[in-house]
Design a binder for this molecule. Structure first.
Ligand code: PEP
Ligand code: MG
Length: 311
């Protein structure tokens, strides 16, 4: 790692640097919204819905059975609203439900979950959502209510998408609950090599953004289980294959005017930040504690690019 020449003299609470690349923040639970907002981040790059559901200790199906559909929708509305209020008008990218069956199995109602040998390759993310539209539509209904309340800073992000078919089916369901996809900001996570390789077609289907989920993109590109300690040493988000998929995807997205972002853990790593800014990514979303450092790293890389261009 390069040493930072300003390390010792930098003020404790420096002014937030202005950068062309936006620096956003990942928010895991609504309770962290305030702490995330005061970092000065340009928005939320990832708000995971599953923590709002998992914290009720019930699977979605079980929650709906016990409390009714409306209570389920309101649970999501209230969780997202806490964050959307704190950040308004800065954008908040909310990811639809993406918990693997082995996580759902721990909860009430978990006995109904399918047993899978490879949950990470299985029934999760957009696959499950599209297979259970009656449950997925409640999530979309929550977004519709938020839009009706005026939260136009809320964006919809779809996890584990593989191809344009996934995108078009999700788009249709949005329309069915009364969301106009042409008026709202929505997009996909790039978490599989398939999605990186098919990004051009998906751009043509009307997505506004593509966000790299490097935790999964690394796992699936390198065939290294992210939860398996025996291969943990091989889990490398900076592997040339992962970087090539990311770089090529950003280039295609730029041609199609699709906004690009990263919301995986690697977005908090200086080396990844340098690579992404050089590729021309639109925004980087980091953990709350890393936002300040990423802001400064982005500034440094942008200044260097600017100087290189005029020399
Ligand atoms: C990712 O895959 O990088 C990501 C952000 O999603 P999760 O870690 O929730 O799978
Ligand atoms: Mg993921």
């Amino acid at each position: 790692e390069e040493t930072d020449p300003l390390e010792d003299v930098r003020p404790k609470n420096p002014v937030k640097p202005m950068t062309a690349t936006e620096v956003k923040v990942n928010v895991s639970i609504p309770e962290a919204a305030h702490r995330a907002a005061v970092t000065g981040a340009d928005g939320v790059g990832l708000l995971r819905l599953e923590h709002m559901i998992l914290s009720t200790n019930k699977t979605p199906e079980c929650y709906i059975r016990d409390h009714g559909e409306d209570a389920y929708v309101e649970e999501i509305v209230e969780g997202v609203r806490t964050v959307a209020d704190e950040f308004y008008p800065r954008p908040v990218r909310v990811r639809t439900l993406d918990a693997p069956t082995d996580e759902f199995r721990q909860l009430q109602g978990g006995e109904d979950e399918p047993k899978e040998h490879n949950p990470m390759l299985g029934y999760r993310g957009i696959r499950r959502s599209l297979d259970t539209p009656e449950v997925f539509k409640h999530e979309l209904e929550a977004f519709r209510r938020l839009y009706d309340m005026g939260y136009d800073n809320v964006e919809i992000m779809l996890p584990l998408v593989n191809d344009v078919e996934d995108v078009l089916r999700a788009r249709r369901l949005m329309e069915e609950v009364g969301i106009d996809p042409d008026k709202r900001s929505w997009g996909i996570m790039v978490e599989t090599p398939a999605s990186a390789l098919c990004i051009g077609e998906m751009a043509d289907a009307g997505i506004d953004f593509a966000s790299f989920g490097t935790n999964d993109l690394t796992q699936y590109t390198l065939a290294v289980d992210r939860n398996n300690e025996h291969v943990a040493g091989r889990f490398d988000e900076l592997h040339p294959a992962v970087l090539k998929l990311i770089g090529d995807t950003i280039a295609t997205c730029r041609e199609h005017d699709v906004n690009t972002s990263i919301c995986g853990q690697a977005g908090s790593k200086p080396k990844m930040v340098r690579y992404l800014v050089n590729c021309g990514i639109s925004s980087i979303s980091a953990n709350i504690d890393a936002v300040r450092d990423v802001q400064h790293e982005v500034k440094r890389v942008e200044q260097k690019l600017l100087l290189d261009s005029v020399r």
